[in-house]
Design a protein around this ligand. Sequence first.
Ligand SMILES: *[C@@H]1O[C@H](CO)[C@@H](O)[C@H](O)[C@H]1NC(C)=O
Ligand SMILES: [Zn+2]
Length: 396
Amino acid sequence: MSLANRGLWGHLWLLWLALLMLLGEAYESISDDTLKALPRPNKDFDIHKGALLSPILRPRVPGTPGSTAVLNHFADFFRTTLPKWKIQFQNSTATTPVSKWKEVPFVNFIASRDPPWAHVGDVSRLTLVAHYDSKLEPEGLIGAIDSAAPCAMLMHAMRSIDDALEKKWAAMKKQGVDTSLEEHRGIQVVFLDGEEAFETWTDEDSLYGSRSLAAAWDNEANPAMSSFKTPLSSISLFVLLDLLGAKTPVIQSYYETTHWAYRNLGSLERRFRSLKQFKSSSTEPWLVDTSKNEHELKPMGGIQDDHLPFLARGVEILHLIDFAPFKGFPEVWHVIEDDGEHLDLDTVEDWSMLITAFAAEWMELEGYFGHSDLAQKREDEDTEEEAIRLNKKTEL
Ligand SMILES: *[C@@H]1O[C@H](CO)[C@@H](O)[C@H](O)[C@H]1NC(C)=O
Ligand SMILES: [Zn+2]
């Protein structure tokens, strides 16, 4: 073989590996035992004193002290409870119809965690999103479902999987798994500012934060030779939570290309219920389209929300919003009653468990939660066996 040929074979070999990885892609379900053992938010969702939720239950109009206080709450939470997460702010300013030509500041909050060995441009990130700003009017609006509760759900979910994530990555390193073969799967939470209109919803008066972030991530280049060209293309799935926290939500599936992910979430919902791990009662599933296949979804315009600037740039979207044509948005939507007292806390808690399980499955964390003997077993497993398991993606 000539040197040139050797180069060619090298390339073919890499192609072959890439093909094997694609074919072998598997989605390992979280076990019943793990579903039952996932930590619950308990008192942390108390609306008066709860460590996660209560600090968000205040007006937080962009550019006001309430907004800064909530931003500090997010930053404190990650710095103290999840210190391995990287925190970023993405800032912009814009005038609004009521700002009298003054620039209003918008601050998006991003917390992310990547595999420790991975280069920043090679990581695809499950991206979980909610907006944290509250609407200017009616005056004093708290915006509990819109979207304080979704923010708290995401905080709880990330706290609940962090340790398992650490264990999985440590095991991979310890076992000497060829990490160049594994895809680099990371996760991030985005709390967006400025979703609400200040006056009336228009393309200009709405989505201030998400428009700015989508553009910034689209324009920012990852380092040369990265797998992903920009932070925007690093988003594997953009999961947007909005208007969640009222009883018996109706969540439709809006996009054919992510319906598989919607169905995974729906199957977790069904399993939580059948394991009697949901506190809220509902005879109907929340994820009403789970039994449909992607061709049976009713095409509809979709709802205007923070995913739009990302959707327009080709990002894959899963939109979790309580809406149905026959009932509209939740009753308290954009009225003063959207406060802590009107939340259905059982539903809020169940949502947080569902999101936790979804993220745990996405990050393939089965076996890394402390409750199980399996976790110990996996630590003790002989190197070869574990390496094979972790590398299963390369098998046909
Ligand atoms: C963005 O705004 C936040 C909050 O005001 C501030 O802490 C941060 O330093 C700003 N970041 C940049 C890059 O300007
Ligand atoms: Zn709103």
